[in-house]
Write a protein that binds this ligand. Structure first.
Ligand code: GNR
Ligand code: NI
Length: 175
């Protein structure tokens, strides 16, 4: 397994739409495992391939709490096939938008169809945090960040701060 580099906004690769995978083969399985390791180390509860610069429709997640046994979930080509009529709001964060958090409103429950790590088609109905994270990750596969759900004012404030943080990271400190 290998740890991958997580891109942070602003980055053009985070705005691209990812392409479906043809088949979940050994190479895709290795990528899913590398993404899980990267996510656990970060730490985060979900990760989309686009966040590590791979524009394929792949996501991983694990909602197990610290000290619980791991419950890794691997999905390729996830499709939301049903959403509830009612919405709910949840505080979101993103490994590609470090140190910023905001409430996002989304459908409260969803049904998703996807290919698992054995290339088998599966369906999962989700609500609560699981529904939030799956929708957040599928957004990444469509080039959408949680800040895109906020007002332009809030989004631009966060993006300006991220741009400054990147610059000060890259520049030597002057005496
Ligand atoms: O680790 C993460 N936590 C989180 C919390 C609330 C809503 C969504 C998330 S996903 C995020 C990891 C991440 O950036 N995935 O793309
Ligand atoms: Ni994210």
């Amino acid at each position: 397994m290998a740890r991958l580099f997580i891109l942070t906004a602003p980055d053009a690769r985070l705005k691209q739409k990812s392409r479906p995978v043809d088949k979940v083969d050994d190479q895709i399985r290795r990528l899913m495992d590398d993404m899980l390791e990267t996510m656990y180390v970060a730490p985060g509860i979900g990760l989309a391939a686009a966040q590590v610069g791979v524009l394929q429709r792949i996501l991983v997640l694990d909602l197990a709490k610290d000290g619980e046994e791991k419950r890794p979930v691997r999905m390729a080509n996830p499709e939301i096939i049903w959403v509830s009529d009612d919405d709910s709001s949840h505080e979101e964060g993103c490994l590609s938008v470090p140190e910023h958090y905001a409430s996002v409103t989304r459908p409260r429950a969803i049904r998703v169809r996807y290919l698992d790590h054995q290339n088998e088609s599966r369906e999962l109905e989700a609500d609560g945090l699981l529904a939030v994270v799956i929708q957040h990750e599928i957004d990444h596969l469509d080039g959408v960040l949680f800040i895109d759900h906020l007002s332009a004012l809030k989004r631009n404030m966060i993006l300006r701060k991220l741009t400054k943080a990147k610059k000060s990271d890259a520049e030597p400190v002057r005496a």
